[in-house]
Ligand binder design. Sequence first.
Ligand code: SF4
Length: 392
Amino acid sequence: MAVALVKRQDDQTLAALRKAIEACGGFEGLKPGTKIILKPNMVMRGFAPDQLPNGMVTLAETMESMIILLREHGYNDITIADGSVIHPELKLNTNTAYRWAGYNELSQRLNVPLIDLNEGPFETVYMEGFPIKIAKLITEAEFLINMPVLKTHNQTKVSLGLKNLKGVIAYESKKDCHRHDLMRSIALLGRAVKVDLTVLDGTYGLQKGPTSADHHRMDIFVAGKDILEVDIVGSWLLGYNPAEIEHLRIYAELAERSLSLEKIEIIGEEINNLAKPLDWNATWTKDLITLYKIKGISIEPPDPTCCSGCSFGIVATLFKFFQQNVGKDFGNMALVMGKQKVTDPSVRKVIALGKCACETNGSHPNIVKVPGCPAGVKHMTECLKVVADEII
Ligand code: SF4
């Protein structure tokens, strides 16, 4: 199989996408009447009121061009489907993400249904004996077009075709992936879901993703019928050798495939001419501490054991809490989430945010538990206030 690597010229998304699809034979196997599912990367709406969707979600313009191309070929049974981060307190769900990214307007104008995969129904699939619920719309799709973004990710280093498939599973299964083994789960999911075509929207590349505003204009489309090949090319475009991306390494091992670029036929541009190394390593916790001149609190960014519910709740909580406590010294306090563990018994307060952190740090003598799965923003805020009043 071949991977098309196309540079968008003069903002002409449709022309670039057409070139990419033709070069890789992307629509081969399609027949009029085939039920087509388009799976964007609709991770969530932007946090900041003025945040742009660039690099964070598959752009509406890219999605529109794909629909136009399919219809040009007479393929009219098209549905857009994804399942975003769910966080009721923060009003994060698939519908707020679709609206923010311009998909509602697109759906009405082009008369294409928008589906929230979080609502099911689901089919239980066993991955190495571990049950995972995959949306039936996906397991029963006749032709699945996976449309990720060219982005880095603070837990998986890159988020491309394979990582984008996490949006097709139930919310509880997403949590299970983090509790179990995130990288292996992504690789196994890639083996469980049949993808017919992957089209990577690299209009922008995202640094310190998956939801930052640090987007970089790249004007690239990568398309191919083989998800691994597209991800290998995408990794190099972001400056990463795929061998250092754990979920890609595991997938290749399970599929008995190579990660070597030399084995891929690339049609179009040279990777070296388009690549832009982007940093994956999130530093927002340290940045916030520096910004608000906070002392005596340690907090690491969420590791792969922490899922989006806890991660985003903590971002929202800390922003407010630090704004209200500028320049304060908390002595020696640690905030933990997921399975992050504090082993030093001299830490004065270990604030365990969420059920996983409470269980992992249960034996610490100075633990303060904020249970919940995920931990609620209101609950975290109240707890931090009580502890702060005690310490300061
Ligand atoms: S407590 Fe948080 S990190 Fe643990 S499973 Fe629940 S949402 Fe995920």
